[in-house]
Write a protein that binds this ligand. Structure first.
Ligand code: LIP
Length: 277
């Protein structure tokens, strides 16, 4: 039987390439920076233009599909995942990196049907690395198959996470305590590339062994989640339970043993957890 979503995946790769070109061109010019929810939550005109390009190109071919886009949500659109075929879009994942010309900047798109991720595309556009994954068909970087390291021992692992300012003091302290808790296992080290989607792809191709993050959104996670899962990685909730795309937190790892160890080691610092306290 032919793949009902292959046409969508092909279009996704094509549009993502164009988006990447737009980002690279924008890097040659002055970048005007605006703030969103806080002084460290940044957005640029390029984020908005790239999202418009992606959504309008897809709508032309698939007008009945749904969209969740980072900048559309910032402008007031709902961020609700339904059973519809849905494109989950981060036009620039790593906006702070983009602003500083720090070279991990990606376009990330995940596509869901009945709330299940069918495929993901992450284009790390400064490195010119196009990661693609179709459910059940493996993960690729620039067309070559990729797989996770398979590392089972946390003490031999390189772990990725992101450290951001948080105006909630308790959450900020939990974030720092989590870093200390992981470092003192000890692990080989912690790195922070600055783009959630790139972080997942780094685990997917075996350059890092695990990644955990709390407080991010479905558009930061959808594309990379497909890539790392199809590369043989494990994805789970911070609690050790099943991954939920709308939960704003995740652990991905090269093996279940490493993922579960991280789940045991860290406390939940996501906004959802503090809202429940
Ligand atoms: C970013 C993530 C990054 C995280 C930032 C932000 P954006 O996404 O990719 O890892 O540290 O807080 O969520 O906002 O650049 O799409």
């Amino acid at each position: 039987m032919s793949d009902p979503w292959q046409e969508c995946l092909d279009l996704c790769v094509e549009v993502t390439k164009k988006a990447g070109e737009m980002i690279r061109e924008a890097l040659q010019k002055d970048i005007a920076v605006m703030q969103k929810s806080s002084p460290v939550d940044l957005v640029t005109e390029t984020d908005q233009r790239v999202e418009q390009l992606i959504i309008s190109s897809i709508k032309e071919k698939f007008p009945a599909h749904s969209f969740i886009g980072e900048e559309s949500v910032a402008a007031g659109a709902a961020s609700v995942l339904t059973d519809d075929p849905t494109w989950i879009i981060d036009p620039i994942d790593g906006t702070t990196n983009f602003v500083h010309r720090f070279p991990f900047v990606s376009v990330s798109i995940g596509f869901t049907v009945k709330k299940e991720i069918e495929f993901g595309v992450v284009y790390s556009c400064i490195e010119d690395k196009m990661y693609t994954a179709r459910k059940g068909k493996g993960a690729f970087c620039n067309g070559a198959p990729i797989k996770v390291s398979g590392q089972e021992d946390i003490s031999r692992s390189l772990v990725l996470t992101e450290m951001n300012f948080d105006k909630d003091p308790a959450r900020f302290r939990t974030m720092l305590a989590n870093v200390e808790s992981i470092l003192t296992i000890p692990v080989h080290g912690i790195r922070s590339p600055g783009s959630a989607a790139v972080n997942m792809c780094l685990v997917a191709c075996g350059s890092a062994d695990a990644y955990y993050h709390m407080g991010i959104h479905c558009w930061d996670m959808a594309g990379g989640a497909a890539v790392v899962t199809e590369a043989g990685g494990v994805i789970m909730d911070i609690s050790g339970g099943p991954f939920d795309l709308m939960s704003r937190r995740l652990i991905v790892a090269s093996s279940r043993a490493v993922a579960e160890r991280i789940a045991k080691q860290v406390a939940d610092q996501s906004p959802e957890a503090s809202a429940q306290r």
